[in-house]
Design a protein around this ligand. Structure first.
Ligand code: TYR
Length: 280
């Protein structure tokens, strides 16, 4: 099938690699508002052609993937839907409620399937695209009942072939659970990086003393503001809710250490260790 990818960054570019590698896509058309990204996507062989002509790209495609930051998504998706007749359109964004609310009365709503691949890295841009990024990962499909059955079937078939594991969620639930698991992790990592940069003024010490633990907890602090600020904006209520709990946990840990109540700290760590049962 012919696939158009709008936004050829880490996710759009990696998806292009997977769609080509599995022979799902016979031709990939790329659009990116940044001409440098367009050029790189071509050079890296992520896409067969780049264009600025959205209408022509959509009309020549079977599947259109919108992989732009969530603020741009709110304007780009309606533009794409306005051009659609039979094509299937998906987004691959991190928040869903506001987007689905914005298009709920769109006459082409049925051609759109909201999906969220739970995969990525802390890097962005076409040069960050990696093969097999999605293999074995989860794909959340949101509010599938609002999409045409044939559109959902096409999306299921494409992502099962990658192969990904499909999970179905309502948009509201999706935004609650992604805030609780994914969005909070990024905030913590940003805050950790800021903390270390504030306290440790000797950069060389950070470099020398960073071990795997520090690197793994601070990894997400390398993530892009252009991606994350719109996510925090669109999922603000859920993000504030989980952030309040996180602040409570940090304060509690601080209080116990200040009180030298080490048995209670031990208990807390044992409780935290229960995460081992879920993530091995
Ligand atoms: N970027 C995250 C990481 O490196 C993964 C991620 C996946 C982030 C989906 C957001 C998202 O919506 O682990």
């Amino acid at each position: 099938m012919v696939v158009t990818i709008i936004g050829i960054g880490l996710i759009g570019g990696s998806l292009a690699l997977s769609l080509r590698q599995t022979d799902i896509a016979s031709r990939i058309i790329g659009l990116d508002r940044n001409p440098e990204n367009q050029q790189k996507a071509l050079e890296l062989g992520l896409v067969d052609e780049v264009t600025d002509d959205l209408a022509s790209a959509v009309h020549r495609s079977d599947l259109v993937v919108v992989a732009v930051p969530m603020d741009a998504m709110l304007t780009v998706l309606p533009q794409v839907l306005a051009l659609v007749d039979k094509q299937v359109v998906i987004d691959v964004g991190s928040t869903k409620q506001q987007l689905l609310e914005a298009i709920k009365d769109n006459p082409k709503r049925g051609r759109f399937v909201a999906v969220h691949p739970m995969a990525g890295t802390e890097y962005s841009g076409p040069e960050a695209a990696i093969p097999h990024l999605f293999d074995g990962k989860t794909l959340v499909i949101c509010d599938a009942e609002s999409s045409d059955a044939d559109a959902v079937a096409l999306v299921e078939s494409v992502f099962q072939q990658l192969p990904m594991r499909l999970v179905y969620l309502g948009a509201t639930e999706h935004d609650v659970h992604t805030a609780y698991v994914s969005h909070i992790s990024h905030i913590t990592s940003f805050a950790l990086a800021l903390t270390v940069l504030e306290k440790e003024k000797e950069e060389q010490r950070i470099f020398e003393l960073a071990s795997g633990g520090f690197e793994s907890t601070v990894r997400l602090a390398k993530s892009s503001a252009a991606m994350w600020v719109p996510i925090f904006r669109q999922n603000r209520t859920n993000v504030l809710d989980v952030l309040d709990e996180h602040l409570r946990q940090l304060q509690h840990m601080r209080d116990l250490i200040a009180q030298e109540n080490y048995p209670a700290v031990t208990d807390l760590i044992h409780q935290a260790n229960l995460i081992r049962k879920i993530l091995k």
